[in-house]
Design a protein around this ligand. Structure first.
Ligand SMILES: *[C@@H]1O[C@H](CO)[C@@H](O)[C@H](O)[C@H]1NC(C)=O
Ligand SMILES: *[C@@H]1O[C@H](CO)[C@@H](O)[C@H](O)[C@H]1NC(C)=O
Ligand SMILES: *[C@@H]1O[C@H](CO)[C@@H](O)[C@H](O)[C@H]1NC(C)=O
Ligand SMILES: *[C@@H]1O[C@H](CO)[C@@H](O)[C@H](O)[C@H]1NC(C)=O
Length: 336
């Protein structure tokens, strides 16, 4: 890496831009990535603190890193529309697509009924549950495929924070360990977890009482007298073709747990996802916490559970209308 590039990275870090790491890598990418993969792979390892135990791991990861650079070029070639998503180097760039899929795309969906309610009139052009103190910080599921539990617990925390401030973290690990019809860190279905919580009236305890361990464990039971949050009811609908109605439900019901196809999210750096995100293969659960329809491209604001260095500080923006990424296919809300 040249002195000039290093200085640029240093400057960008100083500026503390919105997503420092992503921005840095976007800049590095523009400065002709293909010129010297070895140098950039070294910088990637420094930036994301990667050590490989075996030489074979090193070479395999480097070849995946090269492949990811090719993917980025392809994905970015569609980025002509305003505010289009950008793809580039992030913490997943040394994983193969298969590895990424196996580690992170572990959710599936059950069929939900089409939503038949009316759309709500007089909605604001922009709405964000974070403004009401009803959204917690971005979580990091690490190498545990428990996205389905993060999205379910996330909407329960939000529902609670809407009535009792301040927002308080509840145990994701409890849902991972105890929701026996799901597969813990190997995957699950949001509506199945909600059905189970609604049926058993299990009390979700505080995060501090049952902390996240990033692996499936044995279910720890608490006495029914123990303090916790239980679910009164939930809703699960298919809003495909009805995203206007979904906006109204988001405002009325609170943050929504949704299941999307997140294959292209391996390379996402930020911006509004408008292309290459299909609606046929739901594989990842996330939370819709707001929308912004004031600009040229209206979008959903989606909280992910891959840490804050991914996407827009941990969030994805997805174009509204057209069921991009299948965002409207399986939508759930919870009532306490
Ligand atoms: C990037 O570097 C390669 C190899 O040095 C060179 O062939 C190519 O033209 C460069 N591309 C740009 C856009 O500068
Ligand atoms: C980098 O990784 C090593 C080994 O996994 C760890 O011990 C160290 O604390 C990490 N450093 C940072 C800055 O994350
Ligand atoms: C949602 O509805 C659309 C359109 O009817 C359908 O293609 C899709 O498979 C449904 N998705 C689910 C998860 O039920
Ligand atoms: C949730 O449980 C209640 C009983 O407490 C039941 O009346 C309701 O139908 C359940 N909701 C769903 C969506 O299954």
């Amino acid at each position: 890496m040249t002195i000039a590039t290093l200085f640029l990275i240093f400057l960008l870090n100083l500026l503390g831009d919105v997503t420092p790491k992503s921005r840095v890598w976007e800049t590095v990418r523009k400065s002709n990535f293909s010129a010297d993969t070895d140098v950039y792979f070294k910088s990637f390892r420094e930036l994301f603190n990667r050590t490989y135990k075996l030489p074979s791991d090193y070479y395999r990861s480097k070849s995946y890193f090269k492949n990811s650079i090719k993917r980025h070029a392809y994905l970015n070639s569609f980025s002509a529309t305003p505010n289009c998503a950008k793809y580039g180097i992030n913490q997943f760039s040394d994983l193969s697509v298969k590895e990424f899929r196996e580690l992170y795309l572990t959710a599936s969906v059950a069929t939900t009924l089409p939503y038949s309610g009316l759309k709500t009139g007089g909605l604001p052009a922009k709405f964000d549950w974070r403004d009401k103190g009803a959204v917690g910080p971005v979580q990091n599921q690490q190498a545990c495929g428990g996205c389905w539990a993060f999205s379910v617990v996330g909407i329960i925390e939000s529902a609670k924070a809407r009535s009792v401030q301040p927002w308080e973290p509840l145990s994701v690990q409890q849902v991972i360990d105890c929701s026996y019809k799901n597969q813990g860190c190997n995957g699950g279905i949001t509506t199945r977890a909600l059905g189970w919580l609604n049926q058993t009236k299990l009390k979700l305890v505080k995060q501090s009482e049952y902390p996240f361990k990033a692996q499936t464990g044995i279910c720890h039971f608490f006495p029914q007298s123990h303090d916790g949050v239980s679910v009164k009811d939930f809703a699960a609908y298919n809003f495909s073709g009805r995203e206007k109605a979904m906006m109204g439900r988001l405002v009325a019901w609170g943050p929504l747990a949704v299941t999307v196809d997140a294959l292209s999210w391996q390379d996402y750096l930020g911006g509004i996802i408008q292309h290459h995100c299909s609606y046929h293969h739901a594989n990842h659960a996330v939370i819709v916490i707001g929308y912004d329809a004031t600009g040229e491209v209206p979008y959903w604001i989606v909280q992910n559970s891959w840490g804050t260095s991914w996407g827009n500080e941990g969030y994805a923006y997805i174009k509204m209308g057209g069921n991009v990424c299948g965002i409207a296919d399986s939508v759930s809300a919870v009532f306490l």
